[in-house]
Design a protein around this ligand. Structure first.
Ligand SMILES: C[S@@+](CC[C@H](N)C(=O)[O-])C[C@H]1O[C@@H](n2cnc3c(N)ncnc32)[C@H](O)[C@@H]1O
Length: 285
């Protein structure tokens, strides 16, 4: 078969990615070659001399062009791993971040009983990653994910079905807690928290590809918390927990909003980069 060898294709692609400032050029080149050819990572590594036919090589170049233009790999592939689960991502959803796993960890620590039959809400659900990660760990829990974006809510519902969690997850289009009443055991939320003036300075992968409605949190980034915190204080049952994701430097301000609303600060949890990322507040009994 005519064609260019895997090793030569990868080397040229990795050089282009490196010149663009991509952090892991060889790894990303391999991932994109796998997407263009259907070859597994193992096969790509094991047979560097295998020729790739011209049509597939051209498809690979197209994917590399997109990455050089700073489209994230997860958006090119249409999928992102979070909490060891595969989530479909689309232009309507935030690309889930590894740092957000801190929210899942902190929430799970508040429900140590694996058999707990609890009801949870995820405000600003996006792909549904927070809610679905929690449901995957607590097989008797059920929950609702809320998003203002109908397209995002549809993606989250598809993710739930694909992950086998569709019978315990419902997705609702809505403006935060406006239409809700009830007694909730656990609330999680990763609201948009970037100060509006910071958005032009974000990396192109974020600025040009995450939806603005998933990023912009008003002048200081805290507008959604000002709405959500009193609403969570209203919705939680006594003893119930809310875990908020926050941006760098926002932890104390969000904790203060929580205590002002009558919630008790249980914990500020740091992510792997050492940034206070999860604010855990509990409604007093
Ligand atoms: C930062 S993203 C978080 C997505 C997902 N939970 C995650 O952690 O990857 C924030 C989400 O909040 C949604 N959102 C923004 N304003 C909203 C509102 N007023 N009511 C409900 N959802 C809203 C956005 O559409 C977006 O999906």
């Amino acid at each position: 078969m005519t064609g260019i060898a895997i090793a030569a294709l990868l080397q040229a692609a990795a050089s282009r990615l490196q010149a663009t400032g991509i952090e892991a050029p060889a790894r990303e080149a391999r991932l994109l070659l796998g997407a263009a050819t259907g070859l597994t990572a193992t096969r790509i590594m094991a047979y560097p001399e295998q020729p790739i036919e011209p049509a597939a090589a051209a498809g690979f170049q197209n994917l590399i062009d997109r990455r050089v233009a700073r489209e994230p790999v997860s958006r090119i592939l249409g999928t992102r791993e979070f909490w060891s689960l595969d989530f479909t991502v689309t232009p309507a959803t935030l690309d889930p971040r590894p740092d957000s796993e801190t929210i899942v960890e902190a929430a799970l620590d508040r429900i140590p009983d694996k058999g707990a039959s609890i009801f949870l809400i995820d405000f600003g659900t996006g792909t549904g990653c927070l809610l679905l990660a929690l449901l995957s760990e607590r097989p008797h829990a059920w929950g609702i994910g809320i998003d203002r974006s109908e397209a995002a809510a549809r993606v989250a519902a598809d993710n739930a079905r694909r992950l086998g969690l569709g019978d315990r997850a419902r997705f609702v289009v809505g403006d935060w807690a406006a239409a809700l009443a009830g007694s909730v055991d656990l609330i999680v939320a990763n609201p948009p928290y970037i100060p509006i003036d910071d958005i032009p300075g974000l990396e192109p992968e974020v600025r040009a590809h995450d939806p603005l409605t998933a990023l912009a949190g008003g002048i200081d980034g805290l507008d959604p918390y000002r709405i959500l915190i009193p609403e969570t204080a209203r919705l939680l049952r006594p003893g119930g927990t809310v875990v908020f994701e926050v941006g760098q430097g926002q932890a104390d301000a969000v904790a203060h909003l929580g205590t002002t609303a009558g919630l008790a600060l249980h914990e500020q949890r740091r992510d792997l980069g050492g940034i206070a990322r999860a604010i855990v507040l509990v409604k007093p009994t």
